[in-house]
Structure formats: C-alpha cells, structure tokens
Design a binder for this molecule. Structure first.
Ligand SMILES: *Cc1c(COP(=O)(O)O)cnc(C)c1O
Length: 384
C-alpha cells in the first residue's frame, strides 16, 4: 500500500465533505433545481472575496479567468503595466501580448516583492497606462506582493484598472477586494477553495464594467458581459459546471463555519511553522522578503538537486510537493499549506524533508524541524 499525501500548490486535497457533496446526481443547469445552488455559490464567493462586486463563475482553469480579464476590458494597443516577478507574472505578459496590448513590465528579481513606489513612478510618468497586472501570491517563487499598497496607488488613477491574479492567494491571504480597490480579481477552484480543478472566479468592479463597454477585443467563450447577465439570473452563459458548483457550496460552508479571520490565521500559522522548521534544518527560504502564506519555496542545499528532493519525496515517501519552475528548476522545491491543510500536513512535510535530505547525504538530525513545527503548532490549552 502506498498512502499518498498531496502538498502541492494546486491541485490541493479535497475534503471528504466536498467529495460527498459532489457525488449527488447531476441536475440540469437551466432547471429550477439549480438556481438556488448558483445563487448560494454567488453569495458565498462575494463573502470570500469581501466584495459587493459581481463574482463571475467560469468553467475553466484559473488561466481562463486571466484571459477573460484581458480580452473583456482592453483594446488593441492599450498600454498596460505588468509586474513580472516569476512564472505567473510572465503569464500576464504573454496573455496581454497575445491580445495585442502594449506591455510594459516591471521585472522583479525572483524571490523579491515589487516595490510599490516603482509602480507609482511608472503611473506618474505614463498617464496612459490602462491597467496594472500583478499576482497576489507568485506561486513560482513563494512571494506575496503587497496588494493593499498597490491598490491604494492604482485607485488614484481613474483610467487605470488594478487586476490581481489571486489564484493561489485566495483563502490563504486576506484580500479585501472593495476596501483595497481591486478592480478584477481572479481565483481558481483547485487551490485554496479545496475543489478539483475546473472553475475560475473573477470579480469585476464598476470601474472595470465601465471599461468593458469600450473594449473591442474578440470575445466569445470568455464574454464577461454575457456572464454577468446570466449571473443575475443565477445562470452561466454556457453549461454550468454543476458538480463543481455544488462542491463549491460545501467548501464555502466549511470556510464560513471556520470564519474568514480564522482561515487567514490558520494559513499564516502553518506558513510560519513551515518556514521556521525549514530554517531549523539549516535550509534557506527562496523568498528574500514577503513570503506567501500559500506556499513555501525552499532553496535546495548546496550540491543537492531540488528536483531530486521533490522526486524522492514523491517516489520514496508518497508526498507530492512541487519542484522549481523555469530558472528556479533544480534550485528549489515547494511545499504548499493551502486550503484543506492543517498542522499534521506540515509535520508530515517536514518529516518527509528531513528523511529525504538525510537519505541524500545532507547532515540533518532527524526530528529537528519537526520539533520546531510541533512547538509552534501545539494546541495551547489542553485538558489536564
Ligand atoms: C496555479 C496558478 C495559476 C494557473 O492556474 P491554472 O488553473 O493552472 O490555469 C495562475 N496563477 C497563479 C498564481 C497560480 O498559482
């Protein structure tokens, strides 16, 4: 028997409650049975997004939500600013370029978080920038960008939209859509919301809807105005991913029972315990600043291949984590603490890392990192 542990930054584990909910018979997406299901999901997403804006539900992966965030609000030749601090920042650039936008990048060294002043300077210098694109959590580097600070800057420019890829940050980080002035925020089902892959969520502000009126880029599948009209009737434009939306209601119910603040606290605590435990093993974190609460990227020790660590975790111990992407490939490995994650996931991960590293000849005293994680994750008040 090989028991498997999924500790990757997406897909993430799905709770049994959600799996069971999704075992219900299929209902028809235009039937009266489905309307309250979508209504509940729609309201639950507004709660999770901390917004009064529409949150569209799309049958696609997160990247589909990113594509729709470009082709529904801009025009060919529009100048936009992309914060590119990793693999997913680069994806914003590629999508924008695919639609003929004029992309200016702020290239952020991998492992660092963008300096909000840099964004402010660009916007001051170029009054023509129509949109600022960023990741909340850049999953490839494990860095969190300061969305609140960026939002307060972009907010001052009436003609500029603030577009956030929160695909891995949603649920792991407190992201206040309305309060922070996030015009468009993209989420995905297979990360923090504890669902299988297959749906994307996109919130759209009034400022962004006004822009949609003048956008002439081609749209067919990702047509947000049509999605909005359908959402108002508790429908989606095409066939709804009925099963996933039923599952979404269950995962939203679980998150609501925990409470949003507790959800964020849990992620912060698990992330902190992971970082401290890894440091206790003499390992270095890949982020030089502002680490994400969704995923921890760890630098492979000198002379040890990060891909081999990741591979050994999976093949020898049944733990699926993640390796590095692109230029971080071989240099790092990544452990997620995202969604349906608790203290024993962290302890499992740290124990696995210790055993793998020892097996690969890295000097580690078994239990060193686990002890640190246990200290930080103990329940403080036990019955005597
Ligand atoms: C996972 C992820 C994506 C891509 O999502 P898909 O569902 O694979 O399309 C985009 N951005 C970030 C930050 C992610 O973590």
């Amino acid at each position: 028997m090989g028991k498997r542990y999924l500790l990757a930054p997406g897909p993430t584990p799905v709770p049994s409650e959600v799996l069971l909910a999704m075992a219900a018979p299929i209902i028809h997406h235009r039937s009266p049975d489905f309307l309250p299901v979508l209504d509940s999901a729609k309201k639950g997403l507004q709660w999770l997004y901390q917004t009064k804006n529409d949150v569209l539900i799309l049958c696609s992966t997160g990247t589909g939500g990113m594509v729709g965030s470009v082709n529904n609000f801009f025009n060919k030749g529009d100048k936009v600013l992309v914060i590119n601090g990793g693999k997913f920042g680069e994806r914003w650039t590629k999508i924008c370029q695919a639609y003929g936008l004029d992309v200016e990048e702020i290239v952020v060294e991998w492992g660092y978080s963008v300096k909000p002043e840099e964004v402010e300077n660009k916007l001051k210098k170029n009054r023509n920038i129509k949109g600022v694109f960023v990741q909340a959590s850049e999953t490839s580097t494990g860095v969190y960008h300061d969305i609140q600070a960026l939002g307060s800057i972009v907010k001052k420019y009436d003609d500029t939209l603030f577009i956030v890829d929160a695909i891995s940050a949603l649920v792991a980080h407190d992201l206040r859509t309305d309060e922070w002035g996030i015009d468009i925020m993209v989420g995905g089902s297979q990360k923090g919301v504890m669902l299988p892959p297959g749906i994307a969520f996109v919130s759209v502000s009034d400022k962004a809807w006004a822009k949609a009126e003048t956008s002439k880029l081609p749209k067919f599948y990702f047509n947000f105005k049509k999605e909005r009209e359908n959402l108002a009737k508790n429908q989606t434009n095409f066939t709804s991913p009925v099963t996933l939306i039923i599952g979404l209601n269950e995962s939203l119910r679980m998150l609501q029972a925990e409470g949003l603040e507790n959800v964020f606290k849990r992620h912060a605590k698990l992330a902190d315990a992971t970082r401290q435990a890894v440091k206790a093993l003499g390992l270095e974190l890949y982020p030089r600043e502002s680490p994400s609460n969704a995923v921890t990227a760890i630098v492979a020790p000198q002379g040890i291949d990060g891909q081999a660590i990741y591979k050994n975790l999976r093949e020898k111990y049944g733990i699926t984590a993640a390796g590095g992407q692109d230029k971080a490939k071989g240099k790092v490995f990544r452990i997620a603490h995202l969604g349906y994650s608790d203290r024993f996931d962290i302890i499992t991960a740290i124990a696995g890392i210790e055993m793998v590293l020892k097996g690969m000849g890295y000097p580690v005293k078994l239990g060193t990192g686990v002890a640190v994680a246990e200290e930080l994750l103990m329940v403080s008040e036990e019955a005597k």
